[in-house]
Design a protein around this ligand. Sequence first.
Ligand code: FE2
Length: 191
Amino acid sequence: MPKLVFERTTKVKTTLAIAWSNVGDHTHFKWAHHKHFSDFLVLYEHGIFQAVYYSSKIIYPLPFKKRYVAIRELNGEKFTLRQIYQDIGSGKRTYLRAHLEQHGEDVHIINRMVFDTSPVTAIFAPFIAKLWNRRLHAMWLEDREILEVRSQNGWYTNDACLPLDDSLYQEFGEKFDSLLSKNSQYSFTTR
Ligand SMILES: [Fe+2]
């Protein structure tokens, strides 16, 4: 299968700790990046790995969505995110590596993405690259308020912007038995 490869470096005036905190904080995706994500759900977490589901808006405000499952590795020692997405509809995969480096007052976020593609889609590579460029630029602008607040208040050690109430993994661990209990108000049995 042919591959498209894109690289982009974003420069953000902040510290490595704050930028990394932002990369690892998925709890802000649905509200700060509501133009890009319509759903984001952690399915499972183990150490620095997460299995996630998400629904992505392709070109806001048009109603086109793609749904993915992904494995993410958040390596805080190397300031590197590695992620493999699988498009649930087409089965195509996308590979992302985001590496953060401090350069003076700026953090450089160096993204490299590899897309499974088709020979026909490859013709539109320059257009797809423009869309990705615009998308990543917009998302870092949407992050500006979070970055500034964390910088002013030193809250960057707190990774979560919202309580982790959207995790399927957490629901399995904490709520499953009570949700399936026979004491449920409308419970009935079939034979
Ligand atoms: Fe963000």
